[in-house]
Design a protein around this ligand. Structure first.
Ligand SMILES: Nc1ncnc2c1ncn2[C@@H]1O[C@H](COP(=O)(O)OP(=O)(O)OP(=O)(O)O)[C@@H](O)[C@H]1O
Ligand SMILES: [Mg+2]
Length: 363
């Protein structure tokens, strides 16, 4: 069923890729860890793409190093938790969602950690009406996604782990090392079933906000997801994701736009690195992260502009305002950086004159 037909904007990974997951499960003869839907090998195929035993094609969800994904999956099969670390937009949340979908058949157990997250969000709260009527009891517990995942033996995802206070993070220590969550009010505990584990994500840029305590760090295996190494690799990811996202949003089809997306990625990489690709010109870097994820959003928005207001082809005009929006996060500093880049690089580059005028018009 298409997204629009179902009425929901976003379907979960396990819904979108249900056919791939069931094809993989049907042909999966290898041993599975307790309560896992698939064997570790089949999970790696689900993430990196390939073929199921019956020939069903499996799309690649993550483009990158196989070793990293193997390490991530192998970690989850042990009693250690997994921490995905990396710069913004390196697919940490994306990989975490797909891992949970493939391992547990559900990516829904998730906590978005913030400065306002407290221990009750990690453990449990109380339904006060029931608490007052009947006193403390199991029914009056409001279980957190962590508690529910422990009971079910599934994966729980903790997004942006280092955004919550260090003392709250440490609530996880007992859960990860003892696999139990005490409920002192009931003189009871929630015991984790086999298959329970945690996938946390954290952003390099937040380093120092609420550093992980060393006790907690020891309970996680860290897998660092790198930024794409080359222009070709990053363009490949952007082209693929723009096509996937645009089609799932049912945007009217437009003519292929690969060359335009190459320009977006080139501009992003040069500004991010503070120098041109050939290393000859030094540039000011804007304050934003200019991540792969943002390049993808620029592509999708440009597609929407081209489809609804243009002549059905992605052009410099449809890119320009979206590009400026992505680069200029601080109106003063970033405008200067982009203007300098425009004059010193874009103006003189072969075949970029249309982009030069289009950006100048909106800047
Ligand atoms: N190597 C990659 N392979 C496939 N998709 C990628 C890759 N890198 C980035 N993406 C795409 O980038 C988008 C954003 O990724 P995601 O939100 O998971 O990033 P993140 O690392 O969690 O960022 P943040 O730190 O901002 O939370 C996703 O649509 C994802 O498909
Ligand atoms: Mg994320």
């Amino acid at each position: 069923m298409s997204k629009l037909a179902s009425g929901r904007i976003r379907l979960s990974a396990e819904e979108i890729y249900a056919h791939e997951l069931s094809a993989l499960a049907a042909g999966d003869k290898l041993a599975r860890p307790a309560n896992w839907r698939l064997s570790p090998k089949a999970i790696v195929t689900y993430i990196l793409g390939g073929k199921a035993a019956d020939g069903t094609p499996i799309s690649a969800k993550y483009v990158g190093n196989r070793r990293l994904i193997e390490t991530a999956v192998a970690t989850l099969a042990t009693d250690r938790a997994l921490l995905l670390l990396g710069l913004p937009g390196t697919a940490k949340s994306w990989v975490s969602e797909h891992l949970a979908a493939a391992i547990s058949g559900s990516s829904q157990r998730m906590i978005q950690c913030t400065a306002g997250t407290d221990e009750n969000h990690i453990r449990y709260g109380w339904n006060y009406a029931l608490l007052l009527a009947k006193g403390p009891s199991r029914e009056a517990l409001v279980k957190s996604p962590v508690a529910r995942a422990m009971e079910e033996g599934t994966i729980v995802r903790l997004e942006e782990l280092t955004r919550m206070g260090s003392d709250v993070q440490d609530t996880l220590i007992t859960i990860l090392s003892e696999k139990t969550m005490p409920i002192p009010e009931l003189n009871d505990a929630i015991e984790a079933k086999r298959g329970f584990n945690v996938i946390a994500t954290a952003n390099n840029r937040d380093k120092g906000v609420n550093d992980l305590s060393s006790a907690l760090k020891r309970r996680f295996n860290v897998v660092v997801l790198p930024s794409p190494a080359t222009l070709e690799e990053e363009t490949g990811i952007v082209v693929k994701r723009v096509l996937e996202i645009g089609s799932s949003l049912e945007l009217p089809p437009i003519r292929p736009a690969d060359e335009e997306l190459v320009r977006v990625v080139t501009l992003f990489r040069e500004l991010r690195d503070g120098k041109t690709l050939n290393g000859k010109t030094k540039l000011k870097s804007p304050t934003g992260s200019l991540s792969t994820a943002e390049a993808i959003s620029v592509g999708v928005s440009a597609w929407a502009s081209a489809a609804h207001f243009g002549d059905g082809a992605m052009t410099a005009e449809s890119l320009a305002s979206n590009l400026v929006g992505a680069v200029v996060k601080d109106p003063v500093q970033d405008t200067v950086a982009l203007q300098e880049y425009l004059e010193s690089v874009v103006r003189t580059r072969d075949g970029w004159s249309d982009l030069y005028s289009a950006i100048r018009e909106v800047l």
